[in-house]
Design a protein around this ligand. Structure first.
Ligand code: ADP
Ligand code: MG
Ligand code: MG
Length: 876
């Protein structure tokens, strides 16, 4: 058997090897392959990381041997030696998982430096300042990332030296200053670790590689994976790459750039660079960098070359690229490329533009927008009038578009706590770091004093679709005292401000927001999605307002109209209660006859809002006690109100009480025991249809849905009641038109006997909320915490109430589809559980041959896009 390969040189891989080499490694290999200037190196695979965990956090000898073999190749290619004083090889150690996790895991630069090699580097480059600057950076990064010594302790040493020597900028520090800093850094390491800073480069390397593996499971990385649904089992690769130096003086520098604007999608090189700086300086937001266009003046030749390469990369990957580069003494080196993260607005524009440019086709274009991101486009913007009237406090960089209004908090924990207490928060920081992630997630928006368009705050906020204003130089943030000072205004914790991430403006107070529109490029993408998808998209709506909203969002029908919500309204609930408290059928009928006109007008409103689109109306579903008061106090109050003796009311409430209302007297069971309820509802549904057909000339075909069926006979029983009523009403009114009677499949027994059920049902609508509940035996209302813990422990990858459990619940659905079709080949099939708005579940529905999904109005656009993506994927 050939020995498994755990280490690949950059010239041995390609962009298709992301699983093994991670995204960064695969793309470094790809850039090497197509002849771009990439400093040479090698990648330790994700499989090595997994083995590290399998083998109790140790690196096996064979992997160590492979690493040193590739290291010696690297020495050969570069002509430098690890640990040599004459010509030292220095490397960076960079993490990189299959899916990019920006800022989640830390890179170590300048590895290989020690007390001797630093002198060699100084001589070789004739630049001692540069050499010592590199060494102090290395100790700092290694101390932080590998040894886990708090970064602030290094910063304290560095900053106090700067202050003591009166240096405003890092670059003002002299060689001697840096040497002093190094002495103190090493002292700190000794104090903290009880051992000296490692001087042997090979030890440094192995420690660093293991630290990257370890960092795969640090809190930040785990949180990021949870937020982005990335499995923990894929592991990270480690890239070891020979160093190039952007900190060798004014002919050197470093930068990051996107081939198009990641905030708005504009087709123009977008990015930033810093002269005489190394890697992290740009991203860390410590110095404010220059816009990339200014590179044209500072480095005209390099800029030309960079423009050429970025165009080439975009064509090569047929997607917008996010690139990192370094210039060493006027020579350009590419250090990274990947498909750039972007806001939803940018994603839409870029996809539409690239289709026009002939770079991608429509099918690819619709896959370029993540359905979940559409939320951003559906999110509110500031009300124009209020925005115009608002007082502008200051302007920063428009780091991530959107509108945010909230109370200010100065650290992540406070922001999280505020949001938990129902206060919208705006997180205000000097600059953000990965520690702030939870606060950024919780906040409406983020405001930072420092940092550019590619700072941590900006990148992460754009990724989350969160409004962010960064690099706001005129604000003073005191994170200790918790004040934000802008000019003469001083804001304290809990004061309201607003952020306009699109303009980069900070505004005073609270500003009203308004709903967005679906037009322009977004409209174009959605139109393409509609052309491509085969699933129909319906909505769950039980009033004309929601129905209209859903139609505006592109809904093609109603998949679930719940009738119980109508029962709760103020004027009606007394009649509902009278109906429940009735001692005889006659009394019950009388109360129901009061409800009939209300239900009829509800349904008319919905039919009118939906035009000639299909509407499925479900008969009453919840147990009756939901309509009665529960506490003694409430019972007393009601008894006085409706003139029913307290004893009678209390007794009825007691009688109706259920230990497990989810499994009690509800759904079709209500209609079996009280057929007059189903009669009233059927009459209302048909009368509404008759009147709207007449008044509007609409060809309405009502779909009446009987819930919670488990047996063919119980469906038949309720169906008979409904059919009799409908026929009677039609005869009375002298009309005749089609209508459908179907059922929800939400009890496992119904799925198992779907062939029998289909003899009575003209359509199935999968009620996957209840079906999930009953298949798992998980009460939806009582198991939230358990499910969270299951997810933390990896027992569940997804919450089965959010994304359908394809293996178990999905199997029932699939079986019911097959059995249903066997009995009734033209049976209508859809889904109306929450899963109807979840992209993964939608893909499943497409693949098993459902005809439609039904979801809440705001998820309709997401479902349209997800359905198109499912069709594209299934074709491949
Ligand atoms: P991240 O995944 O956080 O972006 P990277 O591994 O890309 O981390 O490293 C961050 C930065 O470090 C890079 O953008 C680059 O500027 C610098 N860097 C990494 N490797 C090298 C190298 N071999 N030579 C010079 N700079 C490097
Ligand atoms: Mg990077
Ligand atoms: Mg149900």
């Amino acid at each position: 058997m050939e020995k498994k390969k755990f280490v690949y040189s950059f010239n041995e891989g390609s962009k298709d090897m992301k699983d093994l080499l991670g995204g960064k490694g695969a793309n470094l290999a790809e850039m090497t392959k197509i002849g771009l200037p990439v400093p040479f190196g090698f990648t330790v695979t994700t499989e090595a990381c997994n083995r590290y965990y399998e083998e109790n956090q140790t690196i096996a000898d064979d992997i160590v041997a492979d690493i040193f073999e590739k290291l010696s190749d690297l020495e050969h290619v570069t002509g430098k030696q690890f640990g040599s004083v004459e010509n030292p090889l220095l490397v960076s150690v960079r993490s990189g998982a299959k899916i990019s996790m920006p800022g989640m895991m830390d890179t170590i630069l300048n590895l290989g430096l020690n007390d001797n090699t630093v002198e060699g580097l100084a001589k070789l480059t004739e630049n001692p300042r540069f050499a010592y600057d590199s060494y102090r950076r290395f100790i700092q990064m290694f101390g932080d990332v590998v040894m886990e010594i708090p970064k602030t302790k290094f910063d304290a040493i560095f900053d106090s030296k700067k202050e003591k020597e009166g240096c405003e900028f890092d670059v003002d520090l002299t060689t001697e200053h840096l040497q002093d800093i190094i002495v103190n850094y090493k002292k700190l390491v000794k104090e903290e670790m009880g051992r000296n800073f490692p001087q042997e480069p090979k030890d440094q390397l192995m420690e660093a590689v293991m630290a990257v593996f370890r960092s795969w499971n640090n809190e930040r990385a785990i949180l990021y994976r949870q937020l982005n649904d990335i499995p923990g089992s894929i592991g990270t690769a480690v890239n070891v790459q020979s160093m190039v130096f952007g900190n060798m003086g004014d002919t050197s520098g470093t930068g990051v750039a996107f081939t198009r604007n990641p905030a708005n999608g504009e087709k123009k090189l977008f990015g930033e660079f810093l002269v005489n700086a190394q890697g992290e300086d740009v991203v860390a937001g410590i110095r404010t960098p220059q816009p990339i266009a200014e590179m044209a003046e500072a480095f005209p030749e390099v800029y030309k070359e960079f423009t050429r390469i970025s165009e080439l990369l975009e064509k090569h990957y047929t997607d917008m690229q996010d690139m990192e580069f370094t210039v060493e003494r006027n020579k350009l080196f590419m250090l990274q490329t990947r498909n750039g993260k972007r806001t939803a607005a940018a994603a839409v524009k870029i996809a539409v533009d690239m289709e026009k440019e002939g770079l991608i086709d429509k099918k690819t274009a619709v896959t370029r927008l993540e359905p979940a991101m559409i939320d951003q486009l559906l999110h509110p913007k500031f009300d124009d009038a209020e925005l115009a009237a608002a007082e502008r406090l200051t302007k920063g960089l428009p780091a991530s578009p959107g509108a945010a209004t909230g109370k200010i908090y100065f650290n992540a924990a406070d922001a999280v706590a505020a949001v938990e207490n129902g206060n919208p928060a705006v997180l205000v920081r000097l600059e953000t770091s990965p520690e702030d992630l939870a606060g950024m997630v919780a906040a409406e928006g983020i405001l930072t004093a420092r940092g550019g368009m590619t700072s941590h705050a900006a990148v992460v906020a754009r990724g989350m679709g969160k409004c962010c204003v960064s690099g706001c130089a005129e604000i003073k943030v005191d994170e200790e005292v918790k004040t934000l000072t802008i000019g003469s205004d001083v804001f304290k914790e809990g004061d309201y401000i607003s952020l306009d991430g699109t303009a980069g403006e900070v505004l005073k107070g609270q500003i009203k927001t308004v709903p967005p529109e679906l037009s322009g490029d977004f409209g174009t993408i959605m139109q393409w999605a509609d052309e491509i998808r085969t699933l129909k998209i319906r909505t769950n709506a039980d009033n004309p307002r929601d129905a209209k909203q859903a139609v505006d969002f592109g809904a093609e029908g109603i998949g679930l109209c719940r009738t119980e919500h109508m029962f709760f309204e103020e004027e009606r609930i007394p009649a509902v209660r009278r109906m429940i408290l009735a001692d005889s059928e006659e009394e019950r009928r009388e109360a129901l006859s009061f409800l009939l006109p209300y239900q009829k007008s509800d349904f008319k409103g919905i039919y009118e809002a939906m035009g000639d689109r299909p509407v499925t109306i479900r008969l009453l579903d919840p147990p009756l006690h939901e309509f009665l008061p529960h506490t003694d106090e409430e019972i007393k109050q009601l008894s006085a109100q409706i003139n029913v003796p307290y004893e009678k009311l209390a007794k009825k409430t007691e009688e109706l009480h259920e230990f497990n209302p989810m499994l009690g007297h509800r759904g079709c069971r209500l209609a079996v025991t009280y057929p007059e309820i189903a009669e009233m509802q059927a009459e209302a549904i048909i009368m509404a249809a008759i009147e709207v057909r007449k008044e509007q000339g609409l060809d309405i075909v009502p779909e009446i849905m009987i819930p919670l069926v488990g047996l063919k006979k119980e469906l038949a029983d309720v169906k008979a009641t409904v059919v009799q009523t409908v026929e009677k009403v039609m005869e009375r009114e002298g009309v005749k038109f089609d209508y459908l009677i179907g059922t929800m499949i939400e009890i496992p027994r119904a799925a198992l006997t779907a062939d029998e059920i289909a003899e009575e049902a003209e359509f199935f609508s999968f009620g996957t909320n209840d079906l999930t509940q009953m298949t798992f035996g998980f009460s939806r209302d009582d198991t939230g915490q358990i499910i969270r813990e299951y997810r933390d422990k990896g027992i569940f990858d997804d919450d089965p109430f959010q994304s359908i459990d394809q293996v178990g619940v999905g199997q029932l659905v699939k079986m019911a589809v097959e059995k249903g079709k066997a009995t009734r080949p033209n049976i209508k099939l859809g889904i109306c559980g929450e899963h109807g708005g979840d992209p993964k579940s939608i893909e499943f529905c497409h693949n098993i041959g459902l005809q439609y999904v039904s979801c809440s109005p705001f998820r309709v656009p997401i479902a349209r896009l997800a359905a198109a993506q499912a069709a594209v994927k299934a074709e491949k």
